[in-house]
Design a protein around this ligand. Structure first.
Ligand code: ZN
Length: 162
């Protein structure tokens, strides 16, 4: 899953660290659980590893268990990366994106558009007509603009992600 650019993008969004995030998570997925193990394996500084782990924790995609070493009395933190949570975030993102496309498509299909020849502003038919086909912003004249290319593009996009 880490090879997926969408996954990487989300993880870097969370950690703000493009350089180290994927390496650290890859290491966790391979079964390393403590910050020291991860730092050693990846050769990334321990404080950077910790910072990234807590950022992942904060975003809900990593969790840890604390246990006390009976001999040394030190606490050990075993970290776990939650792949399912990442999949959930991606699913939600897609859902939002697909809704936006659906809404844009409805808007484009349900309207006729007019464009200002001077500044390129676009108006719906009703707005253009109310203003006698003169741009309310700059006084330029408005001309009909075919939006079938936009509609086609949106349809293709919708097809692609569904
Ligand atoms: Zn204008």
């Amino acid at each position: 899953m880490l090879a997926d650019p969408t996954v990487q993008e989300i993880l870097v969004d969370i950690t703000g660290d493009e350089e180290n995030s994927v390496l650290i998570i890859g290491c966790m997925l391979k079964g390393k659980t403590t910050d020291e193990e991860i730092a050693e394996e990846t050769e990334i500084k321990l404080n950077i590893v910790r910072r990234i782990l807590y950022k992942l924790y904060d975003a809900g995609v990593a969790s840890y268990k604390r246990s006390k070493d009976p001999e040394t009395q030190w606490y050990t933190y075993s970290w776990k990366f939650d792949e399912e949570k990442v999949a959930e975030i991606i699913a939600k993102k897609y859902e939002k994106f697909s809704k936006e496309i659906e809404e844009s498509l409805e808007f484009e299909e349900g309207n006729m558009f007019f464009v200002c020849l001077s500044n390129g502003c676009r108006y719906k038919f009703e707005e253009a007509s109310e203003n006698n086909f003169i741009c309310p912003k700059c006084g330029g004249s408005l001309e009909y603009k075919d939006n079938s290319a936009v509609v086609t593009e949106l349809r293709e996009l919708k097809e692609k992600i569904s």
